[in-house]
Write a protein that binds this ligand. Structure first.
Ligand SMILES: Cc1ncc(COP(=O)(O)O)c(C=O)c1O
Length: 391
């Protein structure tokens, strides 16, 4: 059996022991210094000014959209483009926050939205924002997409939950949008069991994200920001400030366990990404020799931080063949994330606009993925290679 993921952490035993010790001695387990330190270190690694830790990647997505609404950068009814191939909790907050999701097609060879796909949709729907997903560690032509969004005044936000560590010559994924989210759920590039991060270079957005994360209050802001908010709302005492709620928020806070694990696993991130990339290239060689399979294009990507290994077959019949080949060998597989999001029951229930999206339909019908992670043994990689062969 080759599961989607073997362990919760990289260096599992050592990490679990360290976590046990931490829990026994930590004076406080709710959000505190370890979360702050992890935010600081993560922002340095990602090369962004600010990082805000959440209890999941999905929470980060919700908070980013709420922050934009709180700051009047988005409003009810605005049309928000999103990559049609993504995860449910990328798209759901658009609906939950009263805006209109517009699905954008993805390219069969890059798995991602390319500038041409975005242009077509923007010309038709006049988007206010584009919430792009960098799918399975791959990415579209993000530099061109960013330039286009800047010119057309489209707010670009990135869901980078599946692509921590991927780099284009023009920069890391997660650094093209005004904000970007990351997930630290098990099987992602680094795990804090559950957890997520949002990064930004905009101090006002960072401040608002902290307000949104914790009840709408100012307790996790710098003292300078607290003074500003209190003055604006005429809050005169510390006593009153404790329970003053400035704007719409939730409780999306992480715990000190998240912070501790984040700091601990961050040490192994580079190695983790390098092994995933090496595994990817090894398996890709087999794909290139098999005429049944589509060879994915990552020539525009400098560092491919693969999340899971995507298999795209040329026909639906061939997909059935390869699903049987993988399942028969005991390899755990999954559909190509949520497929064409427009086909999901929740989407049909809540939205009016359904477009023809041939690229994402192809990926939905012809694709699947299996795990790619550092703990894959030589035997596992040989077994995956045989599953990818045309017998
Ligand atoms: C693209 C994408 N966005 C968001 C999420 C949600 O992350 P989480 O499970 O941490 O809430 C995922 C989860 O895998 C994802 O793949």
């Amino acid at each position: 059996m080759i599961p989607l993921m073997k362990f919760t952490f990289m260096n599992e035993v050592e990490t679990r022991k360290a976590l046990s010790d931490f829990i026994l001695q930590a004076p406080r387990l709710s959000m505190d210094i370890n979360c702050n330190e992890f935010e600081k270190k993560f922002s340095e690694v990602q090369e962004r000014k600010d990082a805000i830790l959440f209890n999941s990647g999905g929470s980060g997505n919700l908070a980013m959209l709420q922050a934009l609404k709180n700051m009047d950068m988005l409003k009810d009814g605005d049309r928000i483009g999103f990559s049609a191939l993504t995860w449910s909790t990328n798209t759901m907050p658009i609906i939950q926050l009263g805006m209109e999701p517009i699905a954008i097609d993805c390219n069969i060879n890059t798995l991602n939205v390319m500038l041409t796909d975005l242009k077509q949709i923007h010309e038709k729907y006049n988007l206010k924002a584009f919430f792009i997903t960098n799918v399975l560690g791959f990415a579209g032509d993000l530099d061109r997409i960013k330039d286009y969004c800047d010119t057309k005044k489209i707010i670009l936000i990135e869901d980078n939950c599946e692509a921590l560590g991927t780099e284009l010559p023009s920069g890391k994924t997660g650094n093209f949008g005004i904000m970007a989210s990351f997930s630290f759920f098990v099987a992602h590039h680094m795990s804090t069991i559950e957890g997520g991060m949002v990064v930004t270079d905009n101090p006002d957005l960072a401040e608002m994200l902290r307000i949104v994360r914790a009840n709408g209050w100012d307790r996790n802001l710098s003292s300078g920001s607290q003074i500003k908010w209190r003055k604006k709302h005429n809050i005169k005492s510390e006593f009153e400030a404790k329970y003053t709620f400035y704007d719409l928020g939730y409780n999306l806070r992480p715990t000190e366990i998240t912070g501790f694990l984040g700091l601990y696993q961050l040490k192994y991130l580079k190695e983790n990404i390098n092994i995933r990339e090496k595994n990817y290239f090894r398996l890709e060689k087999i794909v290139k020799e098999n005429p049944d399979l589509v060879v994915l294009n990552h020539s525009h990507i400098k560092k491919l931080s693969n999340f899971a290994f995507p298999v795209v077959c040329k026909t639906v019949e061939l997909r059935n063949k390869y699903i049987n080949q993988f399942s028969g060998a005991g390899v755990e597989i999954r559909p190509m994330i949520a497929g064409n999001m427009q086909k999901q029951p929740f989407y049909k229930k809540y939205t009016k606009v359904i477009d023809e999206l041939p690229g994402v339909d192809f990926l939905h019908n012809n694709g699947f993925y299996c795990g790619n992670y550092p703990e894959l043994s030589e035997i596992d990689l040989e077994s995956l290679s045989s599953c990818l062969k045309n017998y």
